[in-house]
Design a protein around this ligand. Structure first.
Ligand SMILES: [Zn+2]
Length: 222
């Protein structure tokens, strides 16, 4: 049993989303993201959703205070009683401290934090190699998962394009921004002794094995 919050930290392209799904299935806990929470609150027309909607429509970031209220409401639900996985949150030390307080209020102890460490050149290759089918949205990678015919989708022959977000100069900037923002967050969790680093550059199976191993150890320590 997990019985705690698990936080996945790591740059874009580190494979956190895939691993989060596997951990969620293995331990039978929900996989949470603030993006899903925002969408759910907006579509249900909750008080928080009504506050968030105009901000999102202006293309602005929803305030920390609002995000944290959504997190608290979500964590209080029964399906989170045995723990949950957070992917992409917290992003700052301030959010991490607020989350620590929320966990305490809901009877969950210190989180287990998994940090996906991946060298920049590996991330660049993963991210700049991405091509998306214009027809069905299927994602390929010219290095790691090339289509059978260059530039064409295997399923429907649709044209494969590089999204503006996947251009090298955009990605380099995104990675640098991530690095600046996350350094202090990684230190925050490291100093609490709850950070476990995994080598995100190894194969998907190897990463899964070390994530499961780390979480079982966290469980044994608790
Ligand atoms: Zn396609």
């Amino acid at each position: 049993m997990l019985a705690r919050a698990v936080i996945f930290l790591g740059p874009p392209g580190a494979g956190k989303g895939t691993q989060a799904k596997l951990v969620a299935a293995r331990f039978g806990v929900p996989h949470l993201s603030t993006g899903d929470m925002l969408r759910e609150n907006v579509s249900r027309g909750t008080e928080l959703g009504l506050l968030a909607k105009p901000v999102m429509e202006r293309g602005e970031l929803v305030s920390d205070a609002l995000v944290l209220r959504m997190v608290e409401e979500r964590v209080a639900r029964p399906d989170c009683r045995n723990g949950f996985i957070f992917d992409g949150f917290p992003r700052t030390v301030a959010q991490a401290e607020a989350l620590d307080a929320i966990l305490k209020r809901h009877g969950l102890g210190a989180p287990a934090v998994i940090y996906f460490n991946v060298a920049e050149d590996v991330l660049m290759r993963r991210l700049t190699g991405r091509r998306t089918c214009k027809v069905c949205g299927e994602i390929y990678n010219v290095y790691d998962r090339p289509p059978k015919v260059e530039g064409r989708c295997d399923k429907d022959g649709g044209e494969l394009v590089q999204r503006a977000d996947d251009r090298p100069e955009v990605i380099r900037e995104r990675l640098a921004a991530y690095e600046r923002q996350t350094k202090t967050l990684v230190e925050h969790y490291r100093s609490q002794g709850v950070l476990h680093e995994v080598d995100g550059a190894s194969s998907m199976e190897a990463v899964t094995a070390s994530v499961f191993g780390a979480l079982e150890n966290f469980g044994a320590r608790a």
